[in-house]
Write a protein that binds this ligand. Sequence first.
Ligand code: NDP
Length: 286
Amino acid sequence: MTATIIDGNAIAQRKRAEVADRVAALARSGITPGLAVVIVGEDPASQVYVRNKEKACAEVGIRSEKVELPEQTTQQELMAVVEQLSARSDIHGMLVQFPLPDHLDEDAVVEAIPVTKDVDGFHPESIGRLLVGKETLVSCTPAGVMAILEETGVDLKGNEVVVVGRSNNVGKPVALLCLAQHATVTQCHSRTRDLPGHVGLADVLIVAVGRPEMVKGEWIKEGAIVIDVGINRTEDGRLVGDVEFETAAERASAITPVPGGVGPMTVAMLMQNTVLAAERATGRPQ
Ligand code: NDP
């Protein structure tokens, strides 16, 4: 079998167009969704991520507000900024760009964000609500994985989904989302015995580990759908995923490339979460 290569850029573009339509509908009622992004310090990667978020906001019509704070900002100062943004009715979604400088407590910051504005979906209550099947904002990368799966047309009901990785921001929420769609979910991690054996059972394989090409193509079941969340830079400067792409593509029925697979979905889903938060806050249709 030769896999269909899933075009994450095209799916993300379609999602952004849907968001733009929803933003336009809100605008007809005089509402402009607002996203606040707080960045502390000068981390170059964070600066790039924040710029991309601002650009995406501008493209879909979301008003973005960047709050830049110096590296030496104290916990108290940062918490005060979060509190002020939390109280504003024109800010429907907010996030603090991670990683924060070492002296700042990320957990305390996340927990200070109101769940209704938690567009990153990192608040423990947001994750808890996902666990028990209540309305919430789902973190962007797992939501992006689910949007990709939806586009493939696969019905997860009864299917074997294997998730490799159990991080709070990707592995665990994506497993919960698949479970909610009635998949039989296996979660693998660094202590899993016989990883190839588990991977070989997957109808849908989702890998979020952060180790270049760790999952070998030969482990994968013929016809499986493979979603590779990993983004790794090799010594020769290439970007590769957690899955050995060429060999996996010979066995899978569909596979996400790196780059151009899950990556572009994350910002698109942030836009979707922001418009959803604005719709919920203002009682508009969702
Ligand atoms: P974490 O480092 O938080 O988690 C990695 C997970 O992989 C852990 O659960 C760990 O297990 C597991 N793991 C590590 N080694 C092995 C192994 N040998 N066998 C099986 N499991 C293993 O990473 P993230 O979840 O945050 O990110 C994973 C990847 O996804 C990274 O490459 C990251 O860059 C990428 N990413 C991409 C995004 C995007 O596309 N926009 C967004 C977020 C992440 P254990 O718990 O036992 O330690």
